[in-house]
Ligand binder design. Structure first.
Ligand SMILES: [Zn+2]
Ligand SMILES: [Zn+2]
Ligand SMILES: [Zn+2]
Length: 358
């Protein structure tokens, strides 16, 4: 669905105000090349795939297998080419303005499913619940094992455009000695908001998304200036979770999933929470797959960081999953300005996603 109305406006991310997006929906303005769609891989098993059953020798040893090593459906292994590793004897080095930190950390691969061509939207809700439980377990274990770990990032790359180097469905977990910049900004800005308004900004955004509509009146004449259909950003709603298309987001089809009730830490979500989250995730991914005709995407979890950098953000930060489908390659304008271009309005994107499923 396209409302036909052309939009050209710069929208400010309400959580990180230094981040903005240029929404320019005139088709002729499309500045980027469309990514090729990936065909769905129907294969259950591929002989030379290191993540397929029977090829366990091709990966580093198993750390965790569920339900057991022989009949595993989910398997965690060390990354063969870790981005971060054990302590080196180099230590931290500084020269002038050049600061270097030892690339210390952990990097693991979570093989999401034993079947090769399986996608998130095809997995059963039960399986997804199990996968979320594994994410939670490994995050907890990482934090517990090492106080130097400041953040455990769980993410997934799916499709070549999203940087996936192995087709077999998998997620990754990286335990970092720093808090990633984008999360740092979110935590800091939402804390500032909390100090001013005594409210979690994410909770306020959810309340706004669940408000049906709002009308702005002209101060002098009392005439209607603009009618805003606020509820139009909701993509999927469960009992405990909601999927929202942000009003200003870098990627055209970006969707965020958040707990409806305030919760700062992903690891405090229960199995009952995960059962509902799994359903909302599956349906959201089904919608994206349908509208994009095979979505290539990254997703990652943002949860309140541990440690003493942000000691009191339990009330101001609200954990969430960010799903970023990749439909174009950021070009010079985006890289140079930090301003991402959306040629689909977030309102249209949300409407198309809502209409994709009953
Ligand atoms: Zn495979
Ligand atoms: Zn909240
Ligand atoms: Zn975030």
């Amino acid at each position: 669905m396209n409302t036909g109305k052309s939009i050209r406006e710069i929208r400010i991310n309400p959580i990180i105000p230094t981040e903005s997006v240029l929404v320019a929906t005139d088709r002729g303005l499309r500045p980027r090349k469309e990514e090729e769609r990936i065909p769905h891989d129907p294969r259950d098993h591929v002989d030379n795939c290191p993540f397929c059953k029977g090829n366990e020798d091709a990966t580093p040893p198993t750390l965790i297998a569920l339900p057991d090593e022989e009949n595993w459906e989910i398997r965690i292994v060390q990354n063969l080419f870790p981005m971060l590793g054990r302590d080196s004897d180099q230590g931290d080095l500084s020269f002038g303005l050049q600061q270097v930190m030892d690339g210390y950390g952990h990097h693991e691969v979570i093989i999401d499913h034993d079947r090769h061509g399986m996608t998130i939207h095809e997995m059963s809700v039960e399986h997804l619940g199990l996968l979320l439980g594994v994410y939670r377990q490994r995050m907890e274990e990482m934090y517990a094992s090492d106080t130097r770990i400041k953040y455990v990032l769980v993410f997934k790359n799916f499709g070549v455009a999203a940087g996936a180097s192995i087709n077999h469905t998998h997620s990754q977990l990286i335990a970092l000695p720093i808090i990633p910049g984008n999360l740092h900004s979110e935590v800091e800005q939402s804390h500032n908001h909390y100090r001013k308004f005594n409210q979690c900004i994410f909770c306020s955004l959810i309340d706004e998304a669940l408000t049906f509509d709002a009308t702005l009146y002209n101060r002098d004449s009392g005439e209607v200036r603009r009618r805003i259909d606020v509820g139009q950003y909701v993509v999927e709603r469960g009992e405990r979770f909601i999927a929202i298309k942000p009003f200003a987001s870098r990627y055209e089809w970006e969707v965020h999933i958040l707990p409806l009730q305030h919760q700062s830490d992903f690891t405090s979500a229960t199995d009952v929470d995960f059962a509902d989250f799994a359903r909302v995730l599956k349906r959201t991914m089904q919608r994206l797959d349908k509208v994009l005709n095979g979505a290539q995407y990254n997703y990652y979890f943002h949860s309140v960081p541990r440690g003493d950098t942000f000691p009191d953000c339990a009330a101001s930060f609200h954990w969430h999953l960010e799903i970023c489908p990749r439909t174009g390659i950021p070009a010079g304008f985006e890289l140079g300005s930090g301003l991402y271009v959306s040629t689909v309005s977030p309102e249209d994107a949300a409407a198309q996603l809502r209409e994709a499923l009953e």
